[in-house]
Write a protein that binds this ligand. Sequence first.
Ligand code: PFF
Length: 474
Amino acid sequence: MVAATSTAEGWSSRSAFILAAIGAAVGLGNLWRFPTLAGESGGGAFVIFYIGCVVLLGLPLLLAEIFIGRAGQTDAVGSIKVVARESRVSERWWLFGGLGAMAAFLIVSFYSVVAGWVLYYVGVFAADFGSALMAGDPFRGALAGESQEQIAGRMGDLFANPTLLLAMHFAFMGVTLFIVARGISGGIEKAATWLMPAFFVLLISITIYGAIVGDVGEAAAFLFTPDWSKLTPEVMNSALGQALFSLSLGVAGIITYGSYIREGTKLGSTAVAIAFADTGVALLAGLMIFPIVFAVGLDPAAGPTLVFQTLPFAFESMPAGSLIGLLFFVLILVAAVTSSISLLEVPTAWGVGQMGWSRTTSALVFGGSAFVIGIFCLLGYNVLSDVRPLGFWSIFAETDILDTVDGFTGKVMLPLGALAASLFVGWKADRRLLETTTGLSGGAFAVWRFLLAWLCPLAVSIILVTGLFPSVLG
Ligand code: PFF
C-alpha cells in the first residue's frame, strides 16, 4: 500500500503522532479565538453547539483526513492520488489537496503575525516580571500603576509600529521555519514532545490559579448555561467554522501529519484522543480566562482584544499577576508554535513530494514567501491601512489585509477543502481500503461513513453559503 513517492520519514510512535497532532490542533484557535467567540456570542449556547459540531462533524472529518494520509504515505496531493487510484476513481481529486496546501500556506502567513503580537506581550510581561523581581516583590500584580487606558494602549502602540511588528513576525516565522526544515523526527516531533507537556503543565496551573483568585462559578455558569435565544444562525455558523479551524481540518494539515503514521496505529481511537484534547483545551482556556475577567468585573464580550487588552488589565489587580501574565503569554506562544509548524509542513511536504525539492529548500521557499505575505498583513495596520485587497467583494469591503487573508481562507478555502474531503472519503474511497486502514468495522464504521457522506457535506455547504452570502441569514 506504500506509494512509490513514500516519504521515508515517520513518527517514532503512536504517542508521538498524537502529541504532534494535538500540537497542531491546539493553537491560537483554542486560546484566543474560542474564548473571543464564546464571549461575544454570550457563552453557553455557543459552547454546547460547538461541542456538538466537534463530535458530529469534526471527529468524522478528522478521521477521514488521518485516513487519507495514512493510506497515501506522502504529501497531501500525492496521498489523495494514491487513495483515488486504489479506489479506482479520478485522480483529479488531488485538487483539494492542492487547495488545502495553498490555504495552509496563506494561514501561516498571518498566523505568524498574530503570534508575533503574543511574542511582544511575552516581552512586555517578562520585562515587568523582571522589574518586580528587582524590586523584591515577585508576587505583585502586573504593570503596576498603569491605568486601563495605558495598558490597552500598548496594543495600539504595537500596531502603529511596523518595525516592531516586523521584528516579532520575523522571529516567529524564523523559529517555525527552522523546526520544519529539521524534519519530522528531528524537528516537529522533538518540538511537540518537549513543548506539549510544558503546555499542559502551564495550562493546568493557570486554570487552578484562576479558580483560586477568580470567580470560577460565574465563569462556569457563563460558559455552560445555555440561553438558546442567543443561538442565532450567525453564531451557529461561527461555531461550525471554528470547530473546523480548531481541529486543523480542511487545509490538509492532518492529511500531511497522518502520512507519517506507521502501520499498526489504531486510527479511530487516535482521532477521538485528538478531538477530545483539542476541545478540552478550548474549554479550559475559557475556564482559565473568564474567572479572571469576571473577578475584576470586566466585559467578556470584548472581542479579539479580550486576551491582549482585557486580560492584561485584569492581571494588574491579581496576586502574582505579573508572573501569571508572563506564563499566560508563554502558554499561548507555545501553542502557536506547534500549530504554525504543522501549517508550514503542508506546503513543505508538497514541495518535497511533488516537486522533488529538498526539505530545506521547500521550507525556505514556502516559509520565506509566507513571511513576505505576512509583511503586507502587518503593514495593513499602519502604512497600508487604507488597502482593502478584496474591497470589490461586499463581504470583504471593509476588511483590512490580515482579516482578508483570514476571512478568505476561513470562509472559502477551508470549507471547500473540508467539503471535498468529506465527499471523497464518504462516497469515493474504496470500502475495503477504508476498513483495513482505519481498523473500524460494523456499527462504528457505518456511523462514521454516514456522518461523512451526509451530515458533513450538508453542514459544511451551509457554512460556505452563509459565509459567502450573509444576507441569506437575514
Ligand atoms: N488548529 C489551529 C488553531 O486552533 O490555532 C490552527 C491550524 C493549525 C489550522 C494547523 C490548520 C492547520 F493545518
